[in-house]
Design a protein around this ligand. Structure first.
Ligand SMILES: *Cc1c(COP(=O)(O)O)cnc(C)c1O
Length: 461
């Protein structure tokens, strides 16, 4: 029996694989071990994997490895498989499309799927104005293109990014990303005209009483003094920061920045690559504070696991670009577009935004109680996040000093018991929970039981 607390009147997901954790013995097992040896001989070391087993199958909140183990997936391939890793609607749409054509290149011979995705994005993104969309393959590519558009449309060069930001691994997006190791170290020189200003990070503010608007003013003053508003093409910000630690800025921070950008002809780009598509309990994280970006970048959750990314924004900005100025061979691939339309359909039919809020309640209730139980001298510094984008920041007992060792130990213990958990944070001391939004209540509870036990064990030392 699985229960799935859906919003009344919405559909429940259908699963192929039993939604149950099962670890058969020591892992990695023999087949994973064999694959690891083959990999070491041919795959570059720079691509590292967090989990030592190899995947045979995946569905809903479960990943099967090649040796018969079943893991609970609390990472969704980094917020990608929100509808599950093999949502029947996505699988069906992909099969249907590949039987017709896999590629023609939208810049050569266009097709309907691309237009239909753009129509959906115009409807789902905030903003009551004419919008235009361009499709790409990866989050980094979307960010690169948002910056290209902003520079061309404004005739300005400077781009402002924030502390703890993550925007990708290409040259421009490395420059926009804050953290050096592992993303940037020795990969320079980086793209010029990128400027970094302070984020609102309530848990780590020197003055804990600083409000969102005050934190925004701190950033704005720095921009005005060091650059001058008139040289700034764009501000780019993740409305809930992802790799940087699932940092939710103080209330009023995003609206104040967005208002300043509008008043100064600066393009406000919301990087919703990780936070978009129901993840935070709304279609987009900016919706929580009613912020309307000029351009939104999207990827990860958009297409049920197929590689697709997008920028959607004000028509006057996007249409400022000359014909042929934007594109790419694979951008808006027809199979990926079919998958996106199906995934968006599933998000609507199953009210996955509501489901994300339901997950938030389950997780928050449990870990708030745990935090209280561990007390002032416990290792939980803060619980935060929105919807099913939730984080636990770990500290040294009785201080705010980041505790990366505890974080690593907890994630490793969860993995030993068959629960895949991701970490993040500038200081490596944050566990982030990003379950597929279709995870059943039982499976989530089982995963959280394991996590809670691991936290208690590490806290007890
Ligand atoms: C993952 C991520 C990116 C980069 O996306 P890729 O598809 O890995 O290139 C950019 N911005 C944010 C906020 C992300 O989380």
């Amino acid at each position: 029996m699985t229960t799935f607390a859906t919003t009344p009147g919405t559909a429940a997901p259908r699963f192929r694989l039993e939604q149950k954790r099962r670890i058969t013995g020591d892992f990695p097992g023999p087949r994973s071990t064999e694959l690891a040896a083959r990999r070491a001989a041919v795959v570059a070391k720079g691509v590292a994997s967090g989990v030592p087993v190899y995947v045979a199958d995946a569905d809903g909140g479960i990943i099967h490895d090649v040796d018969g183990n079943s893991f609970i997936d609390l990472g969704a391939g980094i917020a990608v498989t929100s509808v599950g890793a093999s949502d029947p609607a996505v699988v069906g749409a992909v099969k249907e499309q590949v039987e017709h054509f896999t590629h023609t290149c939208f810049m050569v011979t266009p097709y309907e799927g691309y237009i239909a995705v753009a129509e959906q994005l115009a409807e789902l993104t905030p903003g009551d104005f004419e919008k235009r969309t361009v499709l790409f393959n990866s989050g980094a590519e979307a960010v690169e293109n948002a910056v290209k558009v902003a520079r061309l449309a404004t005739g300005r060069d400077a781009v402002v990014a924030f502390d703890h930001a993550y925007h990708g691994r290409t040259n421009l997006t490395m420059a926009l990303t804050a953290k050096s190791m592992p993303y940037k170290t020795n990969f320079g020189p980086f793209a010029p005209e990128i400027y970094r200003v302070p984020m609102s990070y309530p848990f780590r503010e020197e003055n804990p009483a600083i409000t969102g608007p005050e934190a925004a003013q701190r950033a704005i003053t720095m921009i005005e003094k060091q650059l001058g508003a008139e040289s700034v093409a764009a501000i780019i910000i993740e409305p809930v920061q992802g790799e940087g630690g699932f940092i939710v800025p103080a209330e009023g921070f995003l609206p104040a920045l967005s208002e300043w950008a509008t008043a100064n002809g600066v393009v406000f780009i919301a990087d919703e690559v990780q936070s978009g598509f129901c993840r935070t309990g709304e279609w987009f994280a900016v919706n929580h504070e009613g912020v309307v970006p000029d351009i939104i970048t999207m990827a990860k959750g958009i297409a049920g696991g197929m590689p697709l990314s997008a920028i959607t924004g004000r028509a006057d900005l996007l249409d400022a670009v000359h014909a042929g100025g934007l594109g790419g061979t694979y951008g808006g691939n027809p199979v990926a577009c079919a998958a996106a339309l199906a995934a968006i359909g599933t998000m609507k039919e199953q009210d996955l935004a509501g489901r994300a809020r339901h997950i938030e309640e389950q997780v928050t209730e449990r870990f708030a109680a745990l935090q209280a139980d561990l007390g002032e001298r416990g290792i939980i510094g803060e619980l935060r996040g929105r919807g099913a984008m939730l984080a636990i920041e770990f500290v040294e007992a009785g201080s705010k000093a980041p505790n990366a060792a505890a974080t690593k130990a907890i994630a490793a213990q969860c993995l030993r018991e068959g629960v895949i958990i991701l970490t993040c944070g500038t200081y490596g001391n944050v566990i982030r929970l990003l379950p597929p939004l279709v995870i059943t209540d039982e499976l989530l509870a089982d995963g959280l039981d394991v996590l809670e036990r691991a936290i208690r064990a590490v806290d007890a030392g």
